[in-house]
Ligand binder design. Structure first.
Ligand SMILES: Nc1ccn([C@@H]2O[C@H](COP(=O)(O)OP(=O)(O)OP(=O)(O)O)[C@@H](O)[C@H]2O)c(=O)n1
Ligand SMILES: C[C@](O)(CO)[C@H](O)COP(=O)(O)O
Length: 234
């Protein structure tokens, strides 16, 4: 008899409002070439090896998200989010831990719905690194532009060779990430991503190669670019 496959859960945070993008609907429901960002994200995560998705959404948007995700390739559970991204992640993690159908899950990937074009190969790299024993894994890209640090006294060049831009999905050992989120909540620490929560808890972070297509759709120009990438099937 074959062993049942261990669940690999994609925790997709989609409870933001997308103020910088503008528009009437939540950003994750905006479409690229006819398909909502949130659906594209779940499809890419499934393509890379995730077996289930927990999608964190704002109160009152559940029906719209359920409709947008009706054709998702893996089982999807919707969870209500919080005021800040880290609150949404923590609430999603609580739902993962409480869900009997996800019992035995050790690997969780936290992903911004806004990074809808992440290649499946990036997802697979992140999963492989966590399954290989890393407690926290993040995809990164090099920085293309020259970078300056601007301070009240003037500005100075920062050596871009030492810099990396951080993307999602970020992959974790589930118990490690839950404990890290409990700790930052207890310590009142604000983080911009989940790797930083793990570092606060004393864990080291492993970097894997990301991809430019996994850019975070944030401003109107990003949506134009994403549309072109999706139609060209880059
Ligand atoms: N309280 C929040 C805030 C953000 N997010 C999610 O975190 C991801 C990264 O956030 P960002 O892309 O900056 O989205 P918004 O916060 O929606 O953007 P804005 O700041 O322009 O309103 C998004 O997928 C967003 O939906 C979330 O789940 N819960
Ligand atoms: C998680 C993230 O996308 C990594 O780059 C980023 O930190 C999200 O930050 P935001 O402030 O919600 O845009």
């Amino acid at each position: 008899m074959t062993e049942p496959t261990e669940p690999v859960v994609a925790l997709v945070v989609a409870a933001g409002s997308g103020v910088r993008l503008g528009g009437e609907v939540p950003k994750a429901l905006r479409e690229i070439a006819g398909r909502p960002l949130v659906l594209r994200s779940v499809e890419q995560l499934a393509g890379g090896g995730c077996t289930h998705a927990v999608v964190v959404v704002a109160a009152g948007t559940e029906d719209a998200f359920a409709a947008a995700l009706a054709s998702a390739p893996v089982p999807v559970r919707l969870v209500r989010g919080g005021a800040e991204r880290q609150d949404s992640v923590r609430l999603g993690l609580d739902a993962v831990a409480a869900d009997p159908s996800l019992a035995g899950c050790r690997v969780v990937l936290v992903h911004d719905a806004a990074r809808a074009l992440v290649p499946a190969a990036v997802v697979a790299r992140v999963i492989a690194a966590v399954q290989g024993g890393a407690p926290a894994v993040i995809p990164v890209t090099t920085v293309i532009d020259s970078v300056r640090q601007v301070l009240p006294g003037g500005s100075s060049v920062v050596d871009r060779a030492t810099l990396r831009a951080v993307q999602t999905p970020q992959g974790f050992d589930l118990a490690t990430l839950r404990a890290a989120h409990e700790l930052i909540a207890r310590d009142g620490v604000a983080v911009t991503d989940d790797a930083a929560a793990c570092e606060h808890a004393g864990h080291s972070v492993v970097l894997v190669e990301g991809a430019r297509e996994a850019m975070k759709i944030t401003e109107p120009l990003d949506l134009v670019l994403a549309e072109a990438i999706a139609r060209a099937d880059v």
